[in-house]
Design a protein around this ligand. Sequence first.
Ligand SMILES: [Zn+2]
Length: 221
Amino acid sequence: MEFVEQLLYRNTTWACDAARSDPAVFERMGRGQQPAALWIGCADSRVPAELVTGAAPGELFVHRNIANLCLPDDENALSVLEYAVRALEVRDIIVCGHYGCGGVRAALTGACAALPHVDRRIRALRELARREHAALAAIPHFEDRVNRLAELNALEQARTIETLPIVREAVTRPRVHAWVFDVRNGRILRLARPQAGSMKPAAGMRSCDEGRGTSTSARLI
Ligand SMILES: [Zn+2]
């Protein structure tokens, strides 16, 4: 069976199972949505938002793109953010990066002529890598540098989102979170939020200098 045919078959199985375990589920879904959180994640196939968080349909409003970016000139991301905050009134916004991110890795390597759209897309990441060059250069292994930049990027996007008028001027201002997903063990790490423009970990969170061997400045939730 072709893969796409398998997907349709699996969908039928899923719909039957869902209706069996919760007979009212599709009647509820038909009435509309009221998600509690907006998820901004990478398009990477290994990081499906609902699957890795155990969220049910209707619980997460999701936007995914290369390297989980939310840039002030990105109408696609901003329209999702606007709808989530102003129409759906989500309580939380989660920016979730991930280790082993191809978009982040590309930002640490040369320009890629074969992928011009991707190349333009990750300009902001290259700029972030340039600003954080000293800290990144101190990390000996390339993949650890990639993972550290994935963390810094999630924090940067969260910080940007907090400054946008959509969020800043919201009647009920949503909380903004920066997370990173570890593709090597399936766990999500909550990143320390920057305080007053610094990159210091928040109180109670593990510093990136502790427990060397990982590039993370996060703690397990
Ligand atoms: Zn990625």
